[in-house]
Design a protein around this ligand. Structure first.
Ligand code: UD1
Ligand code: MG
Length: 461
């Protein structure tokens, strides 16, 4: 038997004015992915003949920059309603195929529910995904006569009695291309919003005597859409719950799953422990036995086996080797690469640098644009002065260098391997060969001097 072709239309061109945001509604993020990505992924999983995406020029521009989206783009210039969006898309589908419409702001609609809808199409001309929900406010209500669907009434147009109806419309339906085109020709803007409502096709189908069926989603949560920031936050919670459950099922120890967020993707090994208040963003890779302390934020980074990120550290675009101890309270960023067995401690910032094996920077330092060798010790309060107000310059430190506390390294500068730098030194010249580097400083001393109001003023002048 010849298989009927299926086209999926995704409506994503709406203004999203209830979001009160300059950014397009469907490009707001949930769990690090855009709302629209969820709908697109579900649409792809159905393996339709094609996907038509009705959107604005702005959305097309943003999406085609980020990745290759395999869709037929249809631009809706003036947002005249969901019905108008389907009318514009109708030029791109033919009479003898099944059309599934999905709304771009309904990210939880599942593949299984769409499959059920496809199944029900075999016995009806129009099939709608609907469900009874506790709080139907804002949704189109399903009107029935003797159990049979006759129309959908939008919330804004509903009379008080109709507002009590709990069965609502998800925005998802299936119909034959020919039927749909005929119904679309008859819809109009005679409603409170002066918009073409896609939902009006239901009454038109009923008037023609078509069989209209309804299908329930597997989970009532699939009916939750995003029209404002409150709904966005509700969906974020739901998505994070699912993410954390999956992570725990795959073996990650989450000490406090209610206060953990993954906003992207996580590839991970075994025996990983993550404490409360951690945010992982972008693409994250964690090796075996990695521990992440409370309050850490990690973005687009890789952490290899047995390394620990201790409390309240921020790591962005960094590669961390094996058996390192990082933090608490440190900030590693901008393509920093950290080899194995390295300790970086309290209030240390490292930016755009590489650090080789077994080196230590344990307290209050800034390292920027540097190449640091192996077994280097950088004492408390030492900094690379990498910026002269116009450009950034490099600091290169050889293996086995000992840098005393409170050292300033004025870049560009190179320090030979096996050098020792005394505490409090300002290093202004390259150190070509191993040795001791120090600045001559004078220390004065007054015997039996005691602090009083008058001598305090004099000495601090
Ligand atoms: C719509 C339905 C409502 C249903 C609800 C489910 C209509 C008239 N109402 O209401 O019955 O219960 O969804 O979530 O369809 N869009 C366009 N072009 C436009 C207008 C909207 O592409 O001109 C897109 C939006 O980007 C969005 C989708 O269509 O992805 C739905 O639009 P929205 O304004 O959110 O409709 P609702 O008020 O939620
Ligand atoms: Mg909506």
């Amino acid at each position: 038997m010849l298989q009927t072709k299926t086209t999926i239309i995704i409506l994503a061109a709406g203004k999203g004015s209830r979001m009160k945001s300059n950014y397009p509604k469907v490009l707001h993020k949930l769990g690090g992915k855009t709302i629209l990505e969820y709908v697109l992924n579900t649409a792809k999983s159905i393996k339709p003949t094609k996907i038509i995406l009705v959107c604005t020029n702005n959305i097309k521009k943003i999406l085609s920059q980020t990745k290759n989206v395999p869709v037929e783009w249809v631009i809706q210039k003036h947002q005249k309603g969901t019905g108008d969006a389907i009318i514009i898309a109708s030029k791109n589908f033919s009479d003898n195929e099944n059309i599934i419409v999905l709304y771009g702001d309904m990210p939880l609609i599942s593949k299984e529910s769409i499959r059920k809808l496809q199944e029900s199409k075999k016995k009806s001309n129009l099939s709608l995904l609907t469900s009874n929900i506790k709080h139907p406010e804002g949704y189109g209500r399903i009107l029935r006569k003797k159990g049979k669907v006759i129309s959908i009434i939008e919330d804004k147009c509903a009379k008080n009695k109709e507002k009590l109806i709990k069965e609502v419309y998800s925005g998802t339906f299936i119909a034959n291309g020919k039927d749909l085109k005929r119904w679309l020709l008859k819809i109009n803007k005679n409603n409170i919003n002066q918009e073409f409502y896609a939902t009006d096709i239901v009454y038109l189908a009923y008037l023609e005597g078509n069989t209209i069926s309804t299908v329930k989603p597997l989970n009532y949560r699939e009916m939750l859409g995003v029209n404002n920031q409150v709904q966005l936050s509700i969906l974020e919670k739901i998505i994070q719950k699912k993410i954390t459950e999956n992570l725990m099922i795959s073996g990650i120890i989450l000490k406090d799953p209610d206060h953990f967020n993954l906003r992207g993707t996580l590839k991970h090994g075994k025996n990983i422990e993550i404490d409360t208040g951690v945010i992982l963003e972008g693409n994250i890779i964690l090796g075996d036995h990695v521990k992440i302390g409370a309050g850490c934020i990690i973005k687009n980074s890789m952490i290899k086996n047995k390394s620990q990120i201790r409390e309240y550290s921020i790591i962005e675009n960094v590669k961390i080797g094996e058996s390192c101890i990082i933090g608490p309270f440190c900030h590693l960023r901008n393509n920093t690469i950290i080899n194995n067995e390295i300790h970086i401690g309290n209030f240390v910032e490292v930016k755009d640098s590489t650090i080789e094996k077994k080196s230590k920077i344990k307290h209050l330092s800034y390292i920027g644009n540097s190449e640091i060798g192996s077994q280097v010790n950088i004492g408390a309060g030492s900094i690379t002065c990498n910026y002269d107000g116009l450009k950034k310059s490099k600091t290169i430190i050889g293996n086995n260098v000992f840098i005393g506390s409170n050292t300033e390294l004025i870049a560009p500068i190179t320090i030979s391997k096996n050098t020792t730098i005394a505490a409090g030194t300002t290093v202004i010249k390259n150190v070509e060969k191993p040795g001791l580097v120090y600045n001559k400083k004078e220390q004065k001393y007054k015997e039996n001097w005691v602090l009083t109001k008058s001598n305090n003023k004099k000495t601090t002048k």
